[in-house]
Design a protein around this ligand. Structure first.
Ligand code: UN1
Length: 504
């Protein structure tokens, strides 16, 4: 453990702010691993004054970074990707130590970082604008994309490093600088990533404040980011109430935002689908990251003709889930992030029972030091269980029956969140209906694969209470730049648009 911390530059006590120099004289917190309850290291928060100095430097760095040609900015991102490749094993292990996901998932998370860097390097030569035909003679109409400014990135504990990288790799090639406020539950991985970016930026001779960091509480440091007009774009990953608060504050000052809020992923399992694919997809979707992904599978809507068989086979899989130290290869489910998360899960299970749901299995706390281990839960529920409208950020899976595909789609859509959804079917009519305008209302709709594990190549995000933001691949980069439309007159005379005449 000490070796990993050392390899990533983590000391016993670490200042939580960076913008060229490391600062942080605020409250100290000790980071405890949910694996065994042992202390990993301490971090000191930044004070509001220190935060202001950090943002000032990050904002100042934008003035020169935006003038660096985009392909040159891409070279920096390429080097960050290379540095991540070199540190993949150590960083993945730190992710596992700090928030408890299995090492194989930690490695997958760092792989996402590497992949988005590669994507962004290519993008650095493809920040295309359009030209359009002008309605006037001897005129040209065009749009181009310019750097936006400081991008504030507020991340959650569950993907403590990947979400930063999705935003940062894209923001950097777009010519923006980044100010990161990670979850207070995962400050060490944030410090490790910032050190990697610092090293690369210094090696290239660029201002390291291009990748700044401010660790502190959402209610003070977070709100300073939300309200400061120097933060041109705020990318926020977190809860629906958190997003409502952030969205309001950013809108108030006419800033831009990307909101990545709650999910409530559902898989429709058709009687015309492959049951093994259904079981594998649902199982990993529900217990992966101990049910703490925004894209986790929380609901399975199963055709009534196979409901009993599906439930029986899934319960058998749950019964033999290897739960324990997530650093061990054979383990599929590690601890929840902290004891509070376990308490929330137990309270949710009680509510499900009170509302008429039947707990098929799970929900037993395991007596391991640290206290964050619990068996994953399946609840067989009526279609209208009120609790299903809420996202419980834990491995609780609702199983419910349906009779027609239209009903299944209505059930899938019948929640306030709209992030991820899937259908398991070999019937083309069903899958096309699911993907059509009459189908899933989510930002992600998969066929014959589960709700989680979104690839970086696509735009990531969702509708309704999920917040509407898109980050990562496809053309999500456009949110990180400002669009400028230009009309260029080379006619040698005045000609007005819309046919308006002017006699001089
Ligand atoms: C999240 O849960 O906040 O789709 C992000 C996935 C990951 C990202 C999830 N690639 O599961």
């Amino acid at each position: 453990m000490q070796e990993i911390l050392k390899a990533l530059g983590i000391a016993d006590v670490n200042p939580g702010g960076f913008s060229g120099t490391w600062t942080g004289s605020g409250k100290a917190q000790t980071v405890v691993s949910p694996i065994h309850g042992e202390a990993l290291a301490s971090v000191t928060n930044v004070t509001p004054q220190e935060f202001d100095a950090i943002l000032t430097k990050c904002h100042h760095a934008f003035a020169s970074w935006k003038l660096v040609p985009a392909p040159k900015r891409g070279e920096v991102v390429k080097a960050i990707g290379d540095e991540l490749r070199r540190n993949k094993a150590a960083l993945a292990e730190l992710v596992t130590l700090e928030m408890g996901k299995t090492l194989r998932e930690g490695l997958g998370e760092v792989q996402e970082m590497i992949d988005i860097c590669d994507f962004a390097v290519g993008l650095s030569r493809q920040l295309y604008g359009l030209t359009m035909p002008s309605e006037r003679r001897m005129h040209r109409l065009q749009e181009q994309w310019h750097p936006l400014g400081v991008v504030g990135v507020i991340t959650a504990f569950n993907f403590p490093v990947a979400v930063w990288s999705w935003n940062t790799a894209i923001a950097l090639v777009c010519g923006d600088t980044v100010l990161w406020k990670p979850s207070s539950k995962t400050p060490l991985t944030a410090i490790a990533c910032t050190k990697i970016a610092e090293k690369v930026l210094r090696a290239f001779g660029y201002d390291p404040a291009i990748c700044s960091l401010a660790i502190g509480k959402g209610s003070d440091i977070g709100d300073l980011i939300n309200t400061d007009p120097r933060v041109a774009l705020l990318s926020y990953t977190g809860s629906v109430p958190g997003g409502r608060h952030v969205g309001r504050l950013v809108q108030e000052r006419f800033g831009k935002h990307i909101l990545e809020l709650g999910g409530n992923g559902a898989v429709i399992v058709s009687e015309k689908g492959d049951l093994d694919i259904a079981l594998g997809s649902v199982y990993f979707g529900a217990i992966g990251t101990s049910g703490q992904r925004c894209t986790s599978t929380r609901r399975v809507i199963v055709h009534s003709s196979i409901h009993a068989t599906f439930l029986e086979r899934l319960t058998a899989l749950y019964a033999k889930t290897p739960i324990g130290d997530p650093r061990k290869n054979e383990i599929l489910m590690g601890p929840l992030v902290d004891t509070g998360a376990v308490d929330t899960m137990l309270a949710a299970i009680q509510t499900i029972k009170d509302q008429g749901g039947r707990i098929v299995c799970g929900g037993e706390r395991l007596p391991v030091a640290g206290g964050c281990y619990i068996t994953p839960c399946i609840a067989s529920v009526p279609k209208d269980l009120p609790m299903m409208q809420e996202e419980t950020f834990a491995p609780v899976l609702y199983v419910l029956p349906y009779d027609t595909i239209e009903e299944a789609i209505a059930l899938q859509n019948g929640v306030p969140q709209g992030l991820s959804s899937a259908i398991i079917t070999n019937d083309q009519r069903e899958s096309e209906l699911f993907l059509s305008a009459a189908g899933s209302d989510c930002g992600i709709a998969n066929v014959n694969t589960g709700t989680s594990g979104a690839e970086i190549g696509g735009a990531f995000g969702g509708e309704k209470e999920t917040g509407g933001g898109r980050e990562s691949g496809s053309d999500a980069w456009k949110a990180y730049m400002r669009r400028q439309t230009s009309a260029i007159n080379f006619s040698g005379r005045v000609e007005l648009a819309q046919g308006i005449t002017l006699e001089l």
